[in-house]
Design a protein. Sequence first.
Length: 141
Amino acid sequence: MRTNLTAAALLLTTLAMSACASPAAPTTSAPAPLPPGASGKVGAMPAAAVTDLGGGRVVANGWVAYEPELEGGFWAVMDMAPSTSSVVQPKIVAILLPGTVTVEQLKNVEGTFVGAEGVLQEGASIRMAGPEVVVDALRAY
């Protein structure tokens, strides 16, 4: 009987000790390269801005929104997330023109912080709301 109690006590002690042990360290891989405009801080997103990538290419970082009230409506990246506040409204960082990225793809990322990469549209804009980017790649953050 005493042997059974000793064995039971040993088993309970072992279970209690294993429950208190720290979990195994997670495996890590090499970090992904930073996107243009990123600060390198953990959890940081790039600044909401248009960044020149060279070779005539730019990336417009910001929150995707449809702006229905100007010039019949257009897609844009904004400097802040959409707001219902009438005090602080997002400002347009860049207007997004469909290139190889379609309007349907823009709809799918509405309200998401993205990097919209493409070519800066040259010439005068009829919208005059910000730089216009012909988008050929999207990266959601």
